[in-house]
Every structure is written in structure tokens, then in C-alpha cells.
Design a binder for this molecule. Structure first.
Ligand SMILES: [Fe+2]
Ligand SMILES: [Fe+2]
Length: 210
């Protein structure tokens, strides 16, 4: 809880300004997180347009996606920037970013109320992933969240990291469709097909991914 200094100041923080601040901060301190958030947003918005979503839904999705990993601000940077294999405890620590993201975004009363659900649900895939069991039921369209989940997996596999090289789009789809891989089980197949169509048709510029 933040201290009350005896004065009440109503800070009306605009979502756009906060997103700019957040992206600058994470790009400076956390390996690739800002770029990853923007790549994921680019893909998500293209998918939502292609799948016929309304402008108001697409706007909501844009904020939700740009801030989906905000809970990683609570994960020690040494873990996120580590080039060595992580321990199982460190993986468990990373997983909490979904819950911290929900908590942080819940504090911003001037932001659209729904965006916190994108943060808490983006690693949950039709019975697989985390956090489980999912108690955060809400009115957000599940396919919109599935769009984020597919776009997030696609960019995370494709982008280079300190511990791995970038992966081609073709190989990325192969990994995403591999049902024996626990990390990608349960991804929405219809959304993956739409993404494949967009990439094959050069409708998404993947230049910034490498
Ligand atoms: Fe995440
Ligand atoms: Fe992510």
C-alpha cells in the first residue's frame, strides 16, 4: 500500500502515456521486453482486424497486449536477462508475472477495466499453461485473449534472446503446432491458421523481429 501523505491528489494517468513510459523503461532495463510487447501487439492487431473485430475491441486488445508482461517488472532482472538455463524455482518465479500484472493493472482506475484480464490469462491455453485453476472469469471475449496467446507464443519463439537465436516463421509454426511440446499445447488452432495466412501473404512485416 502506498503511503497517504495527508493530501489527496487525483493523478489521471492516460493509458497511452503510461504505455510509452513502460516500453521505454523495459527496453532499457529488461532484455527485449519492450520490443517483444510491440511485436506481439503488431501481430495481435493484424489478427483481430483479419478476424473481423470492431475498432473498440481492437483498441482494448492493443492496450492489453502492450502491457501483457508488465508483471515481469516484479521478476528479478538477473533472471529475465540470464543466458544460463534457469532452475525450476526461477521458472516458478517468472510464472508469477501473470498475477502481478493483474494486480498492477487493477490499480489504474483510469485504464479500461478489461486489460488486466489479458495480463492474467495470456499463458493459459484451453486447460494448459498457467495460472491454474483460472478464477478470473470475466466478460472479455475468449478469442481476443487467444489472439494474444498465439501472437505472444509466435513472437517469443521467433525473437532472439540472450540464450537463443531467432527462429524462422516456418519453424515457429512447426513448434507452435507440436502438441507434444507442453509450452504450446492448447493454442487456438483457428487463430494459428489466420496468422499463417497473414504471414504467407506478407500482410505482417516481420523485420523488427530480428
Ligand atoms: Fe508472459
Ligand atoms: Fe509475452
Amino acid at each position: 500500500m502506498i503511503k497517504d501523505f495527508g493530501v489527496s491528489v487525483d493523478l489521471d494517468i492516460k493509458a497511452d502515456d503510461f504505455v510509452q513510459f513502460y516500453l521505454k523503461l523495459v527496453n532499457r532495463n529488461l532484455n527485449h521486453l519492450g520490443t517483444h510487447s510491440e511485436n506481439t501487439a503488431l501481430i495481435s492487431v493484424a489478427l483481430a482486424k483479419c478476424m473481423g473485430y470492431r475498432t473498440s475491441d481492437i483498441k482494448l486488445l492493443k492496450y492489453g497486449v502492450l502491457l501483457h508482461d508488465i508483471g515481469k517488472l516484479f521478476t528479478p532482472a538477473e533472471i529475465l536477462n540470464s543466458s544460463r538455463p534457469l532452475t525450476s524455482i526461477e521458472f516458478e518465479m517468472i510464472k508469477t508475472h501473470t498475477l502481478f500484472g493483474y494486480e498492477v493493472l487493477d490499480n489504474f482506475t483510469s485504464f479500461p477495466n478489461e486489460i488486466k484480464y489479458f495480463a492474467v490469462k495470456h499463458h493459459y491455453r484451453q486447460g494448459f499453461g498457467y495460472p491454474k485453476p483460472l478464477i478470473y472469469d470475466n466478460g472479455v471475449d475468449q478469442t481476443l485473449i487467444d489472439i494474444l496467446t498465439v501472437a505472444d507464443s509466435f513472437s517469443a519463439i521467433m525473437e532472439p534472446r540472450v540464450y537463443k537465436n531467432n527462429v524462422s516463421a516456418e519453424n515457429t509454426f512447426e513448434i507452435m503446432n507440436d502438441e507434444t511440446n507442453e509450452k504450446n499445447k492448447g493454442l487456438n488452432k483457428d487463430v494459428i491458421e489466420h496468422l499463417k495466412y497473414l504471414i504467407d501473404d506478407n500482410k505482417i512485416n516481420l523485420k523488427g523481429f530480428f
